[in-house]
Write a new protein. Sequence first.
Lengths: 259, 316
Amino acid sequence: MSKRIDAIDFNVYYSKFLAVEGVNISIEPKSVTAFIGPSGCGKTTFLRTLNRMHEVIPGARVEGKLLLDGDDIYAPGVDPVSVRSTIGMVFQRPNPFPTMSIRENVLAGIRLNGQRISKGDADTIVEKSLRGANLWNEVKDRLEKPGSGLSGGQQQRLCIARTIAVEPDVILMDEPCSALDPISTLAIEDLINEMKDQYTVVIVTHNMQQAARVSDKTAFFNIAGTGKPGKLIEYAETSTIFSTPREKATEDYVSGRFG
Amino acid sequence: MTVTSPSSGLHDPRSAAGRAGDKIFSGTALTAGIVILAILAFVAVYLVVESIPALTAGEGELSHGKTSFWSYVWPMMIGTVIASAIALLIATPVSIGVALFISHYAPKRVSQAFGYVIDLLAAIPSVVYGAWGMAFLGPLLVPIYAWLSENAGWIPLFSGGYSQTGRTLFTASVVLAVMILPIITSLCREIFVQTPKLHEEAALALGATRWEMIKMSVLPFARAGIVSAIMLGLGRALGETMAVTLVLSPGALSANIINVGNQTIPSEIALNFPEAFGMRQHELIAAGLVLFVITLAVNMIARWIVSRHKEFSGAN
């Protein structure tokens, strides 16, 4: 399953501070969308509102509509817990649960919701998810070892396996390669390419080459100055953004003139 | 050709001052370490030397016609351990619950106020707890003891009558529980708030509820710390003297915890040491040595429990 996301006149506040203003964007299913922009422009903030993860910060709130296949995830009565199990997230730094084995890490999301599954089913899910994250061959002989013993890149792929194990509709990635070396980064990028066959992938990245390599569409966020809200400046096909952008600011940014 | 002068960056004379600071610091740290070990050794040596007469005494040599030291100290060992165990059973779940409430559930202002109240509990002197247990909590528990004696009398713990004053081992345990509650709570709270945000978010992003998030990331992260906190609480419960002395009406070892009877080692020492001399004094010091060994054993077991799961602690 893969779902589309539509944000309509979407504002994000931290208490009284308007962090992101007036975002209108339509993210296609089964595609990779990259968010780029200078630090502090609100791209990560906006990404975290897509599965209501911003709510862990006290005072954070939103205005406007955010539709997942037409259903407003901020409608009254919508449980953020169920939103997050439909829209998974991979973080900047790999964060496998340190007290769990590799196998338990993959099953962590499944074990929530009080589901009981047979050992056979669990084995199937573990193998499928780890294969899906291109990690199976590296860890199949040490599934009972702690996840924190893996290398950074392997840990990040374990986190991806953990995310896809619950079969979400959308996968959000917040600079998933910024803590990784180039080889591990390449592995993750290959994986992102494969994942778009099944999922809607949204990735925040500081690396413009990465955005150009992995994404179908690119959204450029910018900020007018400190204390001003971040805005979505331009959203188009990745090839357009990197060759013939409509806005001057986008061109300056992608050509490395600032940021 | 240039000759490296001794005043180049590599030969900065000021760095000698830095080394002096290092020397002073490492010297202080070393001294502190040695002093701790020396004090511990002196206490241990004193306990052992003073205990030997009681430990080796044969029949007839001990005071009050006791047949052997072990038959004298054994009931009190059991009493001490039971009182501390009950106190831990009561205090641990409450403490962890309160600590979680403060760290993860309460709004910031409420949690701060709550934290102060818990710290206040720790500031109350133990003699006050003892007086409270004797004069207030004991009588309050008497109706419960009456009920237990009547309806749960078939359980050995509650069989054989109950105390009319409430000055029982169970009352003492409840007082101990209240006393160790702030220690366990504030340590657990400190550890819970240190849970990496990253792990909490990992759980939340998988669709965990708040309680599931706590089960998945906070409690596993804090487990070693919780064990240490419990051990510190246990250490206080095992060694607590004044409160037990005031609350408990001592007597022979008995399975019944709602009647008078039983005794703990610290309370026995406190009650009898002022008037003890000769062999009696040796007996009491030997009892103290036994308490020392129990506490040491408990701490070593706790360390072993913690280290057994080192691989999964997240420290790697």
